[in-house]
Design a protein around this ligand. Structure first.
Ligand code: HSE
Length: 435
């Protein structure tokens, strides 16, 4: 049987997970693939760093260049993370003609086109299944399973930390800051947790999915991104009363009309309780993919963690090994830029529905003043809700707003915020009905 040698850079949580999964099921993989996979070297920060599974000591080195420069190593697995040294490592391995498997969404999001160009130049491949939604095979599905489709819409719960926080806020009536503190204690959210809760991790992931789906690289600077810091317990509770759940959604949606483009965005969204994504709770991820041929499909699973991520990494290793078995020909290009002039539509152009919570003086004429501003902006109100039991001079007023462009909504809310009867900054959360 042909033997393919593996090198790995990164021997922490995910790296040791990959090694453990290979020890457990490497024989089965060999039988399935007709290729023997053998680890030759694993570069680690330190031999004795804490790791959930042991790594054979004789394989470890603290010098990553030993992995990249070993002529016997065919495939390099990069699990270092970040956009600094990881980029040097990936480019160095590709320059040696080695196929690279990475879980690094930040690196791809920031430098994708440069890395794919380097892979094409060297004739090697760059695989990245583990970069989006951990163990869910979403990259392979978009790239291969759905190759016959266009993608009118992809909606993803792609950040487990945010989903954990929002799920607990809803289930327990808890405030954001309290659940965040717990999430950090449990090791879900990083310290500082900004990359997760400010939406950037989700931005990287939806950008990668949008790029694959729409055939042009989605520049992360153009992805409208909002996190969940400003979601409060009261909004969660009002949303629930109205039949909705709040989720952080990555959205990649085709926009037709006079200015066609693709909406690529990340923001907290009210979604109907009856929609399947509303029941995705805790650290789980899910992707709802609408293909023009296949229709609606749903992917669900663990988006992070040593074992789920290892499963995705080893699926890439298997593909890379099959490339080598087939004479080193890249069978599936990592990313195909097949669309010229593709454009991410600016958020101002996007039409959405909205939930608005205002803190207003409880006196006659207040709703009329607010409604007049919406009317002059040609924005329709679909319902108004002011809970009866409130006491005090200021009360919460909830408005559900019909489809309106984000620019018009932004301007109308700025005017409303200036009304003397409106006491706090208006809260606006977009609503998605998946139509
Ligand atoms: N921190 C991410 C999450 C996992 O919470 O989903 C890695 O992308």
């Amino acid at each position: 049987m042909q033997q393919v040698n593996l090198g790995m850079i990164g021997g922490g949580t995910v790296g040791s997970g990959v090694f453990h999964a290979w020890e457990k099921n490497g024989g089965l993989m060999a039988a399935r693939l007709g290729v023997q996979l053998v680890f030759r070297k694993i570069a680690v920060k330190s031999f004795d760093e804490p790791r959930p599974y042991p790594i054979a000591r004789n394989l470890m080195t603290t010098d990553w260049q030993e992995v990249v420069n070993d002529p016997e190593i065919h495939i390099v697995i990069e699990l270092v993370g970040g956009t600094g040294i990881a980029k040097t490592m990936v480019l160095a391995a590709l320059a040696q003609g080695k196929t690279v498997v990475t879980a690094n969404k930040a690196l791809l999001s920031t430098h994708g086109p440069e890395l794919f160009a380097a892979a094409a130049k060297s004739g090697a491949n760059l695989y990245y299944e583990a970069s989006v939604c951990g163990g869910i095979p979403i990259i392979k599905s978009l790239r291969e399973g759905f190759v016959a489709n266009q993608f009118p819409a992809i909606y993803g719960i792609v950040n487990g930390t945010c989903n954990y926080i929002l799920s607990r806020m809803k289930a327990e009536g808890a405030e954001f800051a309290d659940v965040l503190a717990d999430a950090q204690k449990l090791g879900y959210a990083e310290t500082p947790p900004d990359l997760d809760i400010d939406g950037y991790d989700a931005q990287h992931k939806i950008g990668i999915l949008a790029s694959l789906a729409h055939g042009f690289w989605a520049d992360h600077h153009a992805i409208h991104t909002e996190g969940i810091r400003e979601i409060s317990k009261v909004d969660m509770q009002f949303a629930e009363k109205l039949g909705y759940t709040i989720k952080l959604l990555g959205i990649a949606k085709q926009i037709s009309g006079k200015k066609p483009g693709v909406q690529v965005s990340v923001y907290p969204t009210l979604i109907p309780n009856a929609h399947v994504l509303a029941s995705v709770n805790g650290v789980f991820n899910a992707c709802f993919v609408r293909g023009d041929i296949v229709g609606d499909t749903l992917f669900y699973g663990r988006g992070a963690g040593k074992d789920a991520t290892a499963s995705a990494v080893l699926s890439d290793v298997a593909d890379a090994a099959l490339d080598l078995k087939n004479g080193g020909k890249v069978r599936v290009a990592p990313f195909v830029a097949c669309v010229k002039g593709g454009r991410i539509a600016p958020m101002d152009e996007i039409v959405s529905r909205y939930y608005v919570r205002l803190c207003v003086l409880d006196k006659p004429g207040v709703i009329a003043k607010i409604a007049a501003i919406f009317a002059s902006a040609k924005i329709g109100i679909s319902s108004v809700f002011q809970p009866e039991s409130q006491t005090g001079a200021s009360v919460a007023l909830i408005l559900m707003i019909h489809d309106a462009p984000n620019a018009a909504m932004r301007k109308a809310l700025a005017k409303i915020a200036k009304l003397p009867v409106v006491k706090n900054k208006p809260v606006m959360i977009r609503v998605e009905n998946f139509e």
